[in-house]
Design a protein around this ligand. Structure first.
Ligand code: TPP
Length: 367
């Protein structure tokens, strides 16, 4: 494939971009993705947006208690899902990654089951909403503390290297996570060990209300890779193809034994930090509107349309299909029924110790 001869430059002053604002191809190499893959990427981005909207309705109807909207992150998240070997490589995601989870193949039934804490949740309802995991798809269960999943990603990657499994660990996080000690410790150790890991920042410029310039004096997150002695790529994360090709190259380099990379995908979150946040208190509306004009779905739509791969009719059909899929998943999740409270005692020890058995019995009596 043509792309095999292409190498992206780390540490560029401007973000790497392959699709222009009007949907034109800017790459200096020929596009080598077939139509089916391009269309699938678009479908995955639409599905991510629609899942996000559906989660918001779950909040408004009081069915769940927390959601961290991902609208604006679709290109970045769908690109990551397409750049890895699904169900083979491991993903160490963060809470805003539901577009990634869906595109990777986690069934809507499980995602909704997790949001509603029903028996359709493989994590047995023991996490906050928006914290899914999937053993089958190698999706490490989301952790609430920011950056606490970076050392486990490094550890998994080191074990992949020692066991020569050929797998890669991809770890995602926001810009705020880069202020945590765990972030430095994890990436540094992965770099020292030459572990097959890719660290991806979905930089949306805000850690709740703390903006980027109060978070770090470093002009980019990619620059921080200098300190670890690994390549750092700065990418326009609203551009699905730039995000895809750069993450893919980083994943393949890791697989070839070249060690970790740090990839900064610059995105924007259109919604508040979470359902508990009022972003109008710290973000001017004009700023949000300006970024809305850079909508990653719109940009890719223009790209596809210019190639004769997008029509309004196709989009309407896709939306209908995705809506039906999501509604079916939600229904199945609800029908699975609430998680029995006694489940909280399970899976902690191979054999339940006496004091947990006692607490479980007391709880059952109480109920
Ligand atoms: C160790 C830790 N400190 C503080 C928090 C509270 N908290 C939750 S999300 C968040 C901001 C994270 O921002 P960022 O990493 O940029 O990701 P984003 O939410 O913007 O996508 C904070 C401070 C936390 N979860 N864990």
């Amino acid at each position: 494939m043509v792309k095999d001869t292409h190498r992206f430059q780390p540490f560029t002053p401007e973000p790497i971009r392959l699709i222009g604002e009007r949907g034109e191809w800017l790459g200096d190499f020929p596009l080598d993705l077939d139509e089916a893959v391009l269309r699938r990427m678009y479908r995955d981005m639409l599905a991510a947006r629609m899942l996000d909207e559906r989660y918001t309705i779950l909040i408004r109807t009081g069915k769940t208690s927390f959601v961290a909207p991902s609208a604006g992150h679709e290109a970045a998240q769908v690109a990551i899902a397409h750049a890895v070997k699904r169900g083979f490589d491991w993903i160490f995601p963060y809470y805003r990654d539901h577009g990634l989870a869906l595109a990777l193949g986690i069934p809507p039934r499980e995602l909704f089951g997790q949001m509603l804490a029903t028996q359709a949740d493989p994590n047995k309802g023991r996490q906050m909403p928006e914290h899914p995991g999937s053993k089958a798809l190698h999706y490490f269960t989301v952790a609430s503390p920011i950056a606490s999943h970076v050392p486990p990603a490094a550890g998994a990657a080191i074990s992949m290297k020692l066991l020569r499994t050929g797998q890669v660990a991809v770890c995602t996080f926001g810009d705020g996570a880069t202020s945590e000690g765990d972030w430095y410790a994890g990436i540094n150790f992965a770099a020292v060990q030459g572990a097959p890991a890719v660290f991806v920042a979905e930089n949306n410029f805000y850690a709740i209300s703390v903006d980027y310039r109060h978070q770090t004096h470093s002009p980019t997150i990619a620059d921080k890779a200098h300190a670890f002695g690994i390549p750092g790529y700065l990418v326009d994360g609203m551009d699905v193809l730039a995000s895809y090709y750069v993450v893919k190259e980083a994943v393949e380099n890791a697989r070839l034994g070249k060690g970790p990379s740090l990839v900064e995908l610059r995105v924007y979150r259109y919604g508040p930090h979470s359902s508990a946040d009022d972003d109008s208190r710290y973000r001017p509306r004009e700023e949000v509107e300006a970024w809305r004009r850079k909508d990653p779905i719109l940009r890719f739509q223009r790209f596809l349309e210019a190639r004769g791969l997008w029509t309004l009719e196709w989009e309407e059909d896709l939306k209908e299909e995705i809506r039906a899929e999501l509604e079916r998943g939600l229904k199945e999740a609800e029908e699975a029924g609430e998680v029995p409270p006694g489940w909280m005692f399970e899976d902690v020890f191979a054999e339940m110790p006496w004091h947990l058995k006692r607490q479980k019995a007391l709880l059952e009596e109480e109920l």
